[in-house]
Design a protein around this ligand. Structure first.
Ligand code: GMT
Length: 375
C-alpha cells in the first residue's frame, strides 16, 4: 500500500511511534510518505520505500499565527495526488486530523477518495484536546476519521469520557522492535557514567509539567541517601532549569547528569538500572517501554495507561501520583540487592516483548486494509 503519515517530527512519543511504524511498514514493502514540517528525528532516509515531504509555511506579516493546517492540507492534497497514495494515517489529533479531513474533502471534489486513520496519542485528548477552545474541532475531526485508534485502553476510555464520540475506537498499543536489542548489552559504557558500586537511575522526557520533573529529583534524592547512585536526566523542556536548581538546593548536583536531547537513548538505557516516570498523566509511557526492552526496571506513577505497561511488583512498582516517599521506598527495594534488581530487570525485558512490533504491525495493516476496502 502507499501510505501518507502525518506526525510531529520532534522527540515526542507520538512522532517516535509514527516514525517507527513508517519504517516497519516500509520494511514490509509498503511505500511510506511522511508529511510534516521537518524530517522526523528517528527517520533515516536510506530505505527505498520511504519518502519525506516537507510542509513549508511561508511567513506573512499580516498573520499573527501562520496557518500551518492550511499548508499541511495543501501539501497532503498535492502529495496524495502526485504519488497516488492509498490512505492517510495521522498521528496526534491536533491539528493533524483536522487538516487531514480538509485534504480528504478537497480530494473528493476531484473524485479521489482517501480513507483517514487517526491515532490518538495522549495529550491531544487529555491535556490540549479537551480545552474548550479546541474541543469542538477535535470532536469533529475524530468523528470524521474513517478509523480511530488509541495507544491504550485507558486513553480510549478517557476519549469516550471527554468527547461525544460516535464511532468505535480501536486500541493498538505502542510497540518496540525487540530484535534490535538482542546484541546491545555487551556494548554498555557504564564506567563513563558511574563507579562500579553505584546504581544508575534514568529519566527521559520532554521536561514538561506533566512529567513531574521535581518528583524525579526528589525521589532520586531519597534513593541516594540509602544507596550510592547517579541520576541521568535526558531531554529538554521548560522544567529543566528548575530541575537543575533543585539539584543544587538539595546538594546532589554532582550526582545528577543532564544530557539534553539524545539520539543515543538505547546506549544510555543499556547501562541504566532503574527508570523513573512519576508523570501526572501518561496515555501509555513509551519511554518506560523503551527502558524495559533495554533491561531497566521501572518506578512510575499509576497515571493513565502506565499500568498497561509497567506491571506492579513484576517489572517495577506503581504509586499514586505525587507519592514520592512510596516511589523512593520501592526504588530502594529494587536497587538494594543484586538479585532483586536482576529479577526485575529480566521481568522488564520479558514483559516488553508483549509489545513487539511484529505482533502490533499486523494490527495496523489489518486496519489499513479494512479502511481501504470500505472507501
Ligand atoms: O509524553 C509527551 O508529552 C509526548 C506525547 C506525544 O504525543 O508525543 O506523548 C504521548 O504519546 C506517547 C506515544 O503514544 C505516549 O507514550 C505518551 O504516554 C503520551 N504522553 C502523555 O499522554 C502525556
Amino acid at each position: 500500500m502507499k501510505v501518507a503519515i502525518v506526525c510531529y517530527p520532534t522527540f515526542g512519543g507520538s512522532g517516535v511511534v509514527a516514525t517507527e511504524l513508517g519504517i516497519a511498514l516500509a520494511n514490509r514493502g509498503h511505500e511510506v510518505h511522511f508529511v510534516t514540517y521537518r524530517q522526523p528525528v528517528r527517520l533515516e532516509l536510506l530505505n527505498n520505500n520511504i519518502y519525506f515531504h516537507e510542509v513549508h509555511v511561508p511567513e506573512y506579516p499580516l498573520f499573527h499565527y501562520q496557518p500551518y493546517e492550511l499548508a499541511l492540507s495543501s501539501k497532503l492534497v498535492d502529495t496524495i495526488k502526485l504519488h497516488k497514495i492509498d490512505l492517510l494515517h495521522v498521528h496526534y489529533a491536533i491539528p493533524h486530523a483536522y487538516a487531514g479531513y480538509m485534504a480528504k474533502k478537497m480530494l473528493e471534489e476531484e473524485g479521489i477518495y482517501i480513507p483517514m486513520i487517526t491515532t490518538l496519542h495522549g495529550t491531544d485528548i487529555t491535556l490540549v484536546g479537551k480545552h474548550p477552545f479546541y474541543k469542538p474541532a477535535v470532536t469533529f475531526s475524530i468523528n470524521k476519521s474513517d478509523v480511530v485508534t488509541s495507544v491504550s485502553e485507558n486513553l480510549k476510555q478517557r476519549t469516550l469520557d471527554i468527547f461525544d464520540i460516535k464511532g468505535d475506537i480501536e486500541v493498538i498499543p505502542n510497540f518496540i522492535d525487540t530484535t534490535k536489542y538482542k546484541n546491545t548489552f555487551t556494548d554498555c559504557q557504564r564506567s563513563n557514567m558511574a563507579k562500579d558500586n553505584e546504581r544508575i537511575v534514568t529519566h527521559i522526557s520532554n521536561f514538561r509539567k506533566v512529567k513531574r520533573i521535581p518528583d524525579v529529583i526528589r525521589i532520586f534524592h531519597k534513593i541516594q541517601e540509602k544507596i550510592p547512585a547517579k541520576l541521568i536526566m535526558v531531554g529538554e523542556g521548560p522544567e529543566k532549569e528548575g530541575a537543575e536548581q533543585l539539584c543544587e538546593k538539595l546538594g546532589i548536583a554532582d550526582r545528577v547528569i543532564f544530557l539534553g536531547n539524545s539520539h543515543e537513548i538505547d546506549k544510555i538505557l543499556c547501562f541504566s538500572d532503574l527508570f523513573l516516570l512519576p508523570s501526572e498523566s501518561e496515555s501509555f509511557g513509551l519511554a518506560a517501554l523503551e527502558a524495559m526492552v533495554n533491561k531497566v526496571a521501572v518506578i512510575s506513577s499509576n497515571a493513565g495507561g502506565i499500568p498497561e505497561v509497567n506491571i506492579h511488583g513484576v517489572t517495577g512498582f506503581l504509586s499514586e501520583i505525587g507519592d514520592i516517599d512510596d516511589m523512593a521506598k520501592n526504588a530502594i527495594t529494587i536497587l538494594d540487592s543484586d538479585e532483586t534488581l536482576e529479577e526485575f530487570k529480566l521481568n522488564a525485558v520479558r514483559e516488553s516483548h508483549k509489545f513487539d512490533i511484529h505482533s502490533v504491525l499486523p494490527l495496523y495493516e489489518e486496519v489499513y486494509e479494512r479502511a481501504y476496502k470500505s472507501r
